[in-house]
Design a binder for this molecule. Structure first.
Ligand code: ATP
Ligand code: MG
Length: 559
């Protein structure tokens, strides 16, 4: 798939663009970025933002962006995730210059570790993890040097080689950089470079039983790829001096790290670890359950790539952490779907209406506009007949003033069809309204009424005999609290904040044209919302997901 031609909008430069433009003004010719996911889960909307930044900057400045899998922990990683990550990036409309893996660099990283040992800048430590942690000290107190800190270069080379050869058990030894056990930045207190993990790696198999730590692998991988701007989230700012330290100690290509604020969204949780828990425990249908914040879930729910990119652009690039209103994301998809989604009629909560003066068995095709925002979308036929369904909410027995929909004795326009007047309300023994008897104005088919009287209300409808029944899934936020980690009401954990009404399944009656809709296609059900054909659809049983409501409803209700 080729990279879409993504429009660059005119606006003030963000701070990353300013940095790049400054360096270009000083003669820097090249912009090379990378997106570095760890393949231990599916990408979420926060990653989408990072993708838009990294690929977007490369695009804007005629540079390149690599996709690099940060696959340094064999225990948590899997090819399933690698594949999904690639699919999601392409779906967003981006393409990488090169597909790389941190594991491609294991040999080089190992050789560089030897260089550092030889320079007296790394040593093998036999302390246990607990001892290492205890001896690291605190912010107020310096750490205690390891009793193994002053091993000779020869001994370190020998032990490190034997670590690699598999002579020692997991946790028996680590390789540490020899920096400063009293350093005010705790990360400088002899950070661990390698640990022993006897586990099969999804790419390197059993070749290695020592694996590099993030701090040792990331900057060096950037340097190997000659990344000019290594962009990551704010929590890595304390790692930056160490990133620079390794590059300087090895005297290799100087990549630089820049940090921006991670995306946080109300009612949304973005930790892969916790999302995996939801999947494993069956709290959701899977990684692509439309209630999840993952990219594949947004796709399944009916979000368009353009709407996700517009959202990333709208929230911008900040230097300070903040929380974005979920309503903004919904706004972006609504805006985009309004332009591209074809209109259809569907009734979700039906009330039967019999048109008493309509000839039995007669079917008339009404012409309907597919998309008022796009003339090229054309028109379609919608069958009209004696018995139709309207939305229960579009009828009121005792309407207030200024109620423009249907009521006893009142008139309403049926979208793309006739004016009807409610003559009789039929109830069951319990007094529930089961059916309306209406008459239609025979001359009102082309827009106006027969005598020029004005009728304000327009409602949608579906011919009962032609209606396609479908399962409709209505989604609400997965969490009932704006902050999923909120424990102010005595919740024990974020799991107590899961919204029991996040999924509501109902039945819909759709106009027959929708029977031909394909998985992934999104429509505006007029006056109801945007809906997308779900992957669970099978012949004879369609399933539609509500992508988004027509108006921002819940955000206001919950505030
Ligand atoms: P999580 O904590 O959700 O598992 P992560 O940071 O561990 O996320 P990585 O696969 O390591 O996930 O992230 C790949 C890239 O995406 C990193 O550069 C990371 O900074 C960025 N990223 C992750 N989460 C967000 C977010 N919420 N907003 C913006 N960027 C993010
Ligand atoms: Mg991570």
């Amino acid at each position: 798939m080729a990279t879409e031609n993504i429009e660059v909008k005119e606006r003030a430069l963000n701070f990353l663009e300013e940095i790049i433009e400054e360096s270009m003004a000083k003669g820097e010719k090249r912009v090379q970025t990378r997106f570095p996911p760890e393949p231990n889960g599916y990408l979420h909307i926060g990653h989408a933002k990072s993708i838009c930044i990294n690929f977007g900057l490369a695009q804007r400045y005629g540079g390149l962006c690599n996709l690099r899998f940060d696959d340094t922990n064999p225990v948590k990683e899997d090819v399933e995730y690698v594949d999904s990550i690639k699919r999601d990036i392409k779906w967003l409309g981006f393409d990488w210059a090169e597909e790389r893996y941190a594991s491609d660099y294991f040999d080089q990283l190992y050789e560089w570790a030897i260089v550092l040992i030889k320079k007296g800048l790394a040593y093998v430590d036999d302390q246990t993890q607990e001892q290492i942690r205890e001896n690291r000290g605190t912010v107020a107190e310096p750490g205690k040097p390891s009793p193994y800190r002053d091993r000779s270069v020869e001994e370190n080379l020998d032990l490190f080689e034997r670590m690699r050869a598999g002579e020692f058990e997991d946790g028996a030894k680590v390789l540490r950089a020899k920096i400063d056990m009293a350093h005010p930045n705790m990360l400088f207190r002899d950070p661990i470079m390698y640990r022993i993990i006897h586990a099969e790696h999804h790419r390197t198999g059993n070749k290695w039983c020592i694996y590099p730590m993030y701090d040792y692998a990331h900057g060096q991988s950037d340097s190997i790829e000659r990344i000019t701007h290594s962009i990551c989230t704010l929590e890595f700012d304390v790692h930056r001096p160490l990133y620079d330290w390794f590059i300087a100690a090895l005297d290799i290509f100087p990549s630089h790290q820049y940090e921006f604020a991670r995306l946080n969204l109300t009612y949304t949780m973005m930790s892969k670890r916790n999302l995996l828990k939801l999947v494993k425990e069956g709290a959701v249908m899977g990684w692509d359950d439309p209630r999840m914040p993952t990219i594949c879930a947004l796709r399944r729910k009916g979000y368009t790539p353009a709407s996700v990119r517009a959202f990333a652009e709208m929230v911008g690039v900040a230097k300070r952490d903040n929380v974005i209103d979920l309503g903004k994301m919904e706004y972006c998809v609504r805006e985009d779907l309004n332009k591209v989604a074809e209109r259809r009629m569907a009734v979700l909560n039906p009330l039967k209406v019999v048109i008493t003066n309509w000839e039995e068995g007669k079917v008339e095709m009404r012409r309907a506009v597919n998309n008022p925002e796009d003339e090229a979308a054309g028109m379609r036929d919608v069958p009209f007949s004696k018995v139709i369904y309207i939305e229960r909410d579009d009828f009121m027995e005792n309407p207030p003033k200024k109620y423009f929909r249907l009521s006893p004795g009142g008139e309403v326009r049926l979208r793309y069809s006739y004016l009807i007047k409610c003559e009789e309300v039929i109830k069951d023994a319990e007094g529930n309204i089961v059916e309306l008897h209406c008459t239609y104005d025979t001359l009102s088919g082309e827009g106006s009424s027969s005598d020029g009287r004005r009728v304000k209300g327009v409602i949608h409808w579906v011919s009962a005999e032609h209606a396609v029944e479908a399962e409709i899934r209505l989604f609400n936020p997965l969490f009932k609290t704006e902050d999923p980690f909120d424990t102010s009401e005595g919740q024990l954990s974020w799991e107590d904040n899961l919204n029991p009404e996040s999924l509501i399944v109902t039945k819909g009656y759709l106009e027959p044209a929708l029977a031909a809709a394909k998985v992934g296609e999104t429509f505006q059900f007029e006056r109801v919302g945007y809906f997308c054909v779900d992957t669970d659809s099978v012949d004879g049983k369609m399933v539609f997901n509500r992508t988004v409501t027509l108006k921002d409803s819940w955000a206001k209700i919950n505030k």
